[in-house]
Ligand binder design. Structure first.
Ligand code: ZN
Length: 131
């Protein structure tokens, strides 16, 4: 096995030299040698291509990762104010109530009820605004 390998290497080198110098050898052996050279060359390029592929992938991997950063789903980051207790809270967590065509946000059901009660009593004197 080992001797066979060295024989192949010798053939490879000899084939390369004869190719450069035009060293004369029987056409049949020359054909075999060139076939071997072609095979080795193919294997070499395959390995080289694989290594380049791995290298490029390794280099580009962090770039590709940064292009799609993890994002909190369904969170707009918009803060709304509860007009009853004057606190700010994320819009997704607030209770929304459309009052007279305007969206009002509340931290809890209690604040919403309080706001609507206050508005009802206030509107008795002021009259209803246009929706
Ligand atoms: Zn509140």
């Amino acid at each position: 096995m080992r001797e066979h390998f060295f024989q192949l290497v010798a053939m490879f080198l000899e084939g390369g030299l004869s190719g450069l110098t035009g060293f004369d050898s029987p056409a049949r052996f020359r054909y075999i040698r060139y076939t071997m050279i072609g095979f080795f060359r193919m294997v070499f390029f395959a390995i080289a291509a694989y290594l380049i592929y791995k290298f490029v992938k390794f280099v580009l991997a962090p770039l590709a990762g940064s292009q799609t950063p993890p994002r909190a789903e369904g969170r707009s980051g918009v803060m709304v104010k509860d007009e009853v207790c004057k606190t700010y809270l994320p819009r997704e967590d607030a209770i929304r109530e459309t009052v007279g065509g305007v969206d009002q946000y509340f931290c809890s059901e209690a604040c919403r009820a309080k706001y609507l009660a206050g508005r009802k009593s206030g509107s008795e004197n002021a009259g209803r605004p246009a929706p």
